[in-house]
Write a protein that binds this ligand. Structure first.
Ligand code: NAD
Length: 472
């Protein structure tokens, strides 16, 4: 099938490359000339596992990049809209990019097309998109608007797309649902997974995935409700971690006990420094705004957001407790991306924490395997970006772990200790076993677990200089 994907960001580029991988003929359209030039020159603009392979396989053949939306609509049966939907000041989703694309699409519709919302949008957006397309002259019978929310996660986007748990298709007409079923047929009938050159199957994949057909409104709500639920799970376990810290329990043990209940499950029960990224913060605010407009006061979401913000403040208090005063202290920081496996720094808790620490007078040397270049544009100019974890640690008063990159979980502890000025590690991602860290001579602070201190040091949190411990 001929498909247009509008927007070549994290979602559009991955979706376009994966549709090509499924055998479709894909045009990815963007209005960012720099991005297009990079894509047409063989570059891979985002850090995403298996994306380079897919682009190399299909670029210039089943996958083309252009700025000509009109042409792409004219030749395609389905147009997926994957442009950004950032938050406005009031927390609503800014749908102006979606609207402008809908307007442009309208003028190019000649025969039957389906226009598919791939961007995360509030309920009723499909109705607005339909109105805009009609207002701009398209015939009512010549198109349908569908919602096909995207559940991929950055870092594992390609495998999430191809080995998805489910495909949700919000379609209000059968003819529209038929087109979407055909597009996803190689996944739903399992034929893609039989191919010798298929992308390797990840551990947890259940194939083939079910295709769930709903109304467009239900599909729009499914995406917002899913993200809100996942964010709630993160805030829930972060709240439990805070109680663990107060009573001396171990949150990892609590997680194991909770997560083995099949009704709850172990995923997204990872205590840390809170969620970030381009989706959860904005989608929660947008869902909150949608609920308010519908007359429902969704205060649970306010609490999820409050706990998330508080989690960063608690981490800052932990750093202060471990180091006493911060002015002039040198900190090594591991991680800038909002999570491991991606170069995305949008709403990254790591960046927000570094900004706060610099404001308090710390000197920071930071390392991230992929997000350094993007971070440079937003970090204070005095933050030094270095090329390895050990360079970040060199001469530092403490090392902070802020992103859960695998590389950070396998550091050579002896070498690390020799680089640091003081062997203090404050781990916002619980990557290490506290007992192992203490055995290697570190004062080790993590989330929801008692601090581990080498023998001979006082055992209370934040007390390794002998001061009275503060509430953390
Ligand atoms: N990033 C994720 O992990 C993720 C996951 C699921 C859903 N989503 C949703 O998908 C949508 C896109 O997210 P993203 O992270 O890919 O955004 P992004 O900012 O990385 O990419 C958006 C792209 O759209 C392009 N664009 C904007 N206006 C355009 C226009 N008029 N014509 C052509 N191109 C245009 C931009 O140049 C940019 O390349 C958002 O609604 C987001 O909430 C994102």
């Amino acid at each position: 099938m001929r498909i247009a994907v509008v927007g070549s960001g994290y979602v559009g580029l991955v979706a376009g490359a994966c549709f090509a991988e499924l055998g479709h003929d894909v045009r990815v359209v963007d209005n960012d000339q720099q991005k297009l030039a990079a894509l047409n020159n063989g570059q891979v603009p985002i850090h995403e596992q298996f994306l380079p392979e897919l682009l190399a396989r299909h670029r210039g053949q089943r996958l083309q990049f252009s700025d000509d939306l009109h042409e792409a609509v004219r030749v395609s049966a389905a147009i997926f809209v994957a442009v950004g939907t950032p938050p406005t000041d009031s927390g609503d989703a800014d749908l102006s990019y979606v609207e402008s694309v809908a307007r442009e699409i309208s003028g190019a519709i000649r025969d039957y097309k389906i226009v598919v919302e791939k961007s995360t949008v509030p309920v009723y957006t499909s109705e607005w998109v339909r109105k805009i397309i009609l207002r701009n002259g398209a015939d009512a019978e010549s198109f349908d608007v569908a919602s096909n929310p995207e559940f991929l996660r950055e870092g594992t986007a390609v495998t999430d797309f191809l080995f998805t748990d489910r495909i949700v298709v919000g379609a209000d007409t059968e003819r529209c649902a038929i087109v979407l079923r055909e597009i996803y047929a190689p996944l739903c009938d399992g034929s893609y997974y039989q191919r010798g050159d298929a992308i390797p199957q990840p551990d947890r994949a259940q194939i083939p995935p079910p295709l769930i057909v709903t109304s467009t409104k239900s599909a729009e709500l499914i995406k917002h409700a899913s993200n809100a639920f996942l964010a709630m799970k993160i805030s829930f376990i972060n709240a439990v971690a805070s109680i663990c810290e107060s009573v001396g329990a171990n949150v990892q043990q609590v997680c194991q006990g909770i997560g083995t209940d099949s009704r709850i499950g172990p995923r997204f029960l990872n205590p840390g420094i809170g969620y970030g990224g381009s989706c959860f913060p904005k989608d929660l605010m947008a869902f909150r705004a949608v609920a308010r407009e519908c007359g429902y006061d969704f205060r649970l979401l306010d609490e999820v957001m409050r706990i998330n913000e508080e989690q960063r403040q608690r981490f800052l208090r932990k750093v202060r407790n471990a180091l006493w005063t911060l002015r002039g202290k040198r900190l090594g920081v591991l991680g800038l991306a909002f999570k491991g496996g991606t170069d995305d720094i949008r709403e990254s808790p790591a960046i927000l924490l570094i900004q706060s620490l610099v404001q308090e007078g710390c000197k920071v040397a930071a390392y991230d395997p992929a997000a350094g270049d993007r971070a440079r544009e937003v970090l204070p100019s005095n933050v030094e970006l270095v090329r390895s974890p050990y360079e970040a640690a060199a001469g530092a008063d403490a090392l902070l772990i802020l992103t859960e990159w695998e590389e950070f979980a396998t550091l050579e502890l002896k070498l690390l200790s020799s680089k640091l000025r003081y062997p203090i590690v404050i781990d916002g991602r619980n990557l290490y076993d506290p007992a192992v860290m203490a055995a290697h001579g570190f004062s080790y602070y993590s989330v929801g677990r008692a601090p581990a201190l080498p023998e001979g040091l006082p055992t209370q949190a934040g007390n390794d200089r002998g001061e009275k411990p503060q509430q953390i």
